[in-house]
Design a binder for this molecule. Structure first.
Ligand code: FAD
Length: 452
């Protein structure tokens, strides 16, 4: 049997692929819910993700899986409008004339930024078209140096820096130009006249998790079972031990641990779990996330993704029902308010849910004086200590290999947020690709290349 540690999208995808290749698998999930970071809430209509989710056009594997699992007709590509909030004004930023009308960058700044997003290097006056093809080239370059060199100081200070403040806080200087470049290339596909189509699964991505669970079979998935140990014999993984997390009465009887024989193990969880189980140390730093889902009687704006150009207690306002119709949610309007945490000592991470609600809704009231919190019918808060890697310089050297035979033991594989497939941005697609990469190495469909 192949043991899979973690029932998030990566673990379920690894299990699905391995089963297709004829293997006997068992997924062990520590919590009593499957889906990990893609877990959902109930609403008055469809379920919705606890953390905002959408797909980009460049992500292909997830689209193939959705189609394979019979959900292809429900994958929609609505336009998500983007805007930038500066000094009390919401500036739409999708269409060329909206960007031209944006008052906080000069025409020249906009030209340079535009050329960069189109992959054209105009430094030196002669346009070059292949400068940005290999992201790896920029993995060691500081983002500020890159943006100032390839566009202008104005672009960095008046456009990029406030976004970095919102996403990376005091870690912004550590982030690599490769992340930034990957991010603008990643999100780059637009319909020039309408904006950026973003993929959403009708009924929420929880349906993809459910479909994977159905395909893998509930009998091959154990929830409430935390993997606490891997047994190694003669340099190869031989067993996996779990501890029940949802049966306190069993704990009292001392009957909570179980050991299973395994041929291989895929650790599909955060790298700290890998370290606890194997001692493999990953040096990537992670950010935490605090994310509220606010249910409102009326819409707040007409924008899906609102970046904030000032020092707000949150990084972005993501109004889901300006992207997917409120009718799907019983007529309710749904707004995500989100902030990343660089340091667990930060005040926001220490606050209880009521304090966060008070702080955040108070700030939304300041930003939009015509709005007040009497609109709000529900405020739900999700927190996760490892919501995204900090894509700092030299990141690619820190990525955890899929096959850990040399580093840990034969038969130990890793598919998670620290995998290569989750670079330069973490995503559901990246989780699936990471799961597939491990499955294909186990089955020998992908050759394992070892350094000399
Ligand atoms: C705020 C936010 C916004 C996002 N936005 C998007 C987006 O717009 N589009 C997109 O595609 N992606 C987005 N993502 C990323 C996406 O959710 C993740 O990349 C993906 O869900 C990661 O899946 P995973 O299976 O690797 O990890 P996880 O989802 O973390 O799953 C790991 C699982 O392992 C379990 N586990 C941990 N330890 C053990 C143990 N010892 N034993 C057993 N089980 C264990 C955990 O409980 C968890 O269920 C977002 C994420 C966040 C937080």
């Amino acid at each position: 049997m192949i043991g899979i540690v973690g029932g998030g999208i990566a673990g379920l995808s690894a299990a699905y692929r391995l089963q297709q290749q004829g293997y006997d698998v068992q997924v062990f999930e520590a919590s009593d819910e499957l889906g990990g970071l893609a877990a959902t809430y109930e609403t008055s209509g469809d379920r919705i993700e606890k953390f905002y989710h959408h797909l980009s056009k460049s992500e292909e594997t997830i689209v193939e899986v959705i189609e394979e699992l019979g959900l292809g007709d429900d994958l929609e590509w609505p336009i998500g409008k983007n805007a930038y909030y500066v000094d009390g004004v919401v500036h739409p930023m999708d269409k060329p004339w909206e960007i031209l009308a944006y008052p906080h960058l000069s025409l020249y700044d906009k030209f340079r930024l535009g050329m960069l997003t189109l992959d054209v290097d105009v430094r030196g006056g002669v346009p070059k078209f292949d400068t940005y093809e290999s992201l790896e080239t920029f993995d060691d370059v500081p983002i500020r140096e890159f943006v100032e060199d390839h566009t202008t100081r104005g672009v960095y200070e008046d456009f990029v820096e406030p976004l970095l403040d919102g996403k990376f806080g005091h870690r912004k200087e550590d982030v690599s130009a490769a992340w930034f470049l990957g991010r603008i290339k990643f999100r780059g596909e637009r319909d020039v006249l309408r904006g950026e189509p973003l993929g959403y699964l009708r009924g929420g991505f929880g349906r993809l998790v459910d479909a994977l669970v159905d395909a893998v079979g509930e009998e091959n998935i154990t929830t409430g079972a935390r993997v606490t140990d891997l047994g190694v014999e003669d340099g190869a993984v031989a067993s996996l031990t779990t501890e029940a997390t949802t049966a306190p009465e069993a704990a009292a009887d001392g009957g909570t641990t179980e050991t299973h024989d395994v041929e291989s193990v895929v650790v599909a969880a955060m790298p700290n779990v890998l370290e606890d189980l194997t001692g493999y140390e990953c040096t990537i730093d992670f950010q935490g996330a605090v994310c509220a889902l606010v249910t409102m009687e009326e819409p707040l704006t007409d924008t899906y993704w609102l970046n904030i150009g000032h020092d707000a207690p949150f990084g972005a306002l993501v109004e889901h029902t300006n992207y997917v119709s409120p009718e799907r949610y019983g007529g309710d309007n749904l707004l995500y308010v989100a902030s990343y945490i660089q340091d667990y000592e930060e005040e926001l991470w220490q606050m209880d849910d009521d304090e966060v609600e008070d702080l955040w809704l108070g700030h939304v009231e300041e930003m939009f004086p015509d709005w007040d919190r009497s609109q709000v019918t529900e405020f739900r808060l999700a927190r996760n200590p490892r919501a995204a890697p900090v894509y700092e310089r030299g990141y690619l050297d820190m990525v955890v290999p899929y096959d850990l035979a040399d580093e840990v033991a034969d038969g130990v594989y890793y598919a998670g947020m620290a995998s290569r497939a989750q670079y330069p941005e973490r995503s559901l697609n990246g989780g699936i690709v990471a799961g597939y990469e491990c499955a294909d190495r186990i089955s020998g469909r992908k050759e394992v290349v070892r350094p000399e």
